[in-house]
Write a protein that binds this ligand. Structure first.
Ligand code: PFF
Length: 462
């Protein structure tokens, strides 16, 4: 198969470090700080975490590398890339990925709205009283505050709109580069702050129980749903299967080592998630909260944790500001592939594409937002799920992994092996030993593993 000669007019990242940080800024977000602890709590702790790490290594990294290869080789958007590769019928891969991005944006913007609201609350000192309260009362107050945030009629709508507007403005002003530069500084600060929170977490009375919950696996807790969810989290976390890494890969320098970039992003991302877990779960066990309490877990525990730290109000503000920035950066990476595709046809200007995408997110996202309202009680297509859960499960557990299979089939089976070899080894200069192993993994192990998990989850394979 011949690759058409692609002359790129697009700008790219200037250094390898920029490639690492851009990819990482897509990976790190609400997935680490909000979703990872929520799912770990719901699905039984350590066994879920080990399962997630297993899938991050054996399905997340290979799909990410496949996306990088396709993006860097074709230097175009995640759908047209397949045309450039001479496999136009595989464009469905990019379509599924972009659908995944939109599904994620519909509910992610809602949760990002909660974070924005907590920035305001931390600044205005709404949690000040908590530090002097007995445990039970502090816990009740913190839960009430969260319920007020998600159950209001106009509040959540306006917050979600605010988030979407911020993302649209950043994209329209083209200050993404500025934000990327900012994130290079802020990511380490977020990391440091999580480290402080984790250390503080370890001094809580519930720390021993939390560590047992997080690191001592109980195999009996594993079932097909847990395994599917762990795999979904691995895709969601690494932004794999969504076309995002293809789009970012298309900006990488020729000298970027695609394999080590993917491994470094994956490991950094896992460390951030584990730190969030070590910060949150000791509070859960100290305050006798229910680990299975779902989406409110982060919002109920973090104010309690900071109420025990000197200058907690200041640190809490910083924590939510940084989480808000991480969520915004991840959203930029989710909107970018859609906008890049819509504006590539020259029918729409980039700004019109941004406005259309943002409006779509606001309209459909509205359905995910009213947690305590009528919309949230609608059970979709008899699936026994709210819109929020439908978009959440549909993207992580289905769209991204299915696109993941297709991405790895494209690089493993359809792409000329010399092209794949050249991209992985940077024209024979690196990764010579890794190449044969990676090729086997991408051709066989990754797609088969994803398929087996699916067939198992839908009951075909028991
Ligand atoms: N990885 C991001 C997070 O963990 O918050 C979410 C995300 C971003 C998923 C981009 C998918 C994606 F394409």
């Amino acid at each position: 198969m011949k690759i058409k000669n692609v002359v790129s007019e697009r700008e790219g990242f200037s250094t390898k470090v920029a490639s690492y940080f851009s990819s990482l800024s897509s990976a790190v977000g609400l997935g680490n700080i909000w979703m990872f602890p929520v799912l770990t709590g719901l699905f039984g702790g350590a066994s879920f975490i080990f399962c997630y790490i297993f899938f991050a290594l054996l399905t997340g990294i290979p799909v990410m590398v496949s996306e990088y290869v396709i993006g860097r080789r074709t230097r175009t958007n995640a759908i047209d890339a397949f045309g450039v590769l001479g496999k136009p019928y595989m464009k469905i891969t990019g379509v599924l990925g972009l659908m995944g991005c939109l599904f994620i944006l519909f509910f992610y913007s809602s949760v990002a709205g909660w974070v924005y609201s907590y920035i305001g609350k931390a600044i205005t000192g709404e949690f000040k009283g908590i530090s002097n309260m007995p445990l039970d009362q502090a816990n009740t107050v913190s839960q009430e505050i969260f319920n007020n945030v998600i159950n209001g009629l106009m509040g959540p709508f306006l917050l979600q709109l605010l988030v979407i507007t911020v993302v649209a403005i950043v994209l329209i002003l083209g200050v993404k580069r500025g934000i990327e530069r900012l994130s290079k500084t802020l990511m380490p600060v977020l990391f440091l702050l999580l480290l402080i929170c984790a250390i503080k977490g370890l001094t809580q009375p519930g720390a021993a129980e939390a560590l047992k919950f997080l690191f001592v696996p109980d195999i009996s807790k594993l079932n097909s749903t847990t395994i599917l969810t762990a795999m979904g989290l691995a895709f969601f976390k690494l932004s794999a299967g969504s076309g995002t890494q293809t789009t970012y890969g298309s900006y990488f320098t020729g000298s970027t080592n695609l394999v080590s970039n993917a491994i470094q992003v994956c490991i950094s991302d896992i460390v951030v998630s584990i730190l969030a877990g070590i910060a949150i779960f000791p509070v859960v066990f100290t305050f006798h909260l229910n680990p299975e309490s779902g989406p409110g877990l982060l919002f109920n525990t973090i104010p309690l944790l900071f109420s025990k730290i000197p200058m907690g109000g200041l640190f809490m503000t910083l924590f939510f500001v940084l989480t808000g920035i991480a969520a915004t950066m991840a959203m930029l990476s989710l909107v970018e592939p859609v906008v890049a595709f819509l504006s590539s046809k020259k029918l729409l200007s980039r700004n019109t594409a941004i406005l259309i995408t943002s409006s779509l997110i606001a309209v459909v996202g509205f359905l995910t937002m009213h947690q305590g309202s009528y919309v949230n009680t609608i059970q979709l297509f008899g699936l026994n799920m709210s819109f929020f859960d439908f978009f959440n499960n549909g993207s992580s557990n289905y769209l991204l992994p299915i696109a993941g299979i297709l991405f790895s089939v494209t690089t493993g089976w359809m792409m000329d092996s010399t092209i794949f070899h050249d991209e992985i080894t940077n024209n024979g200069t690196t990764n010579k030993k890794v190449y044969p192993i990676l090729r086997i993994v991408i051709r066989y192990l990754t797609p088969i593993l994803i398929l087996v998990v699916f067939l198992n989850a839908i009951g075909i394979l028991k």
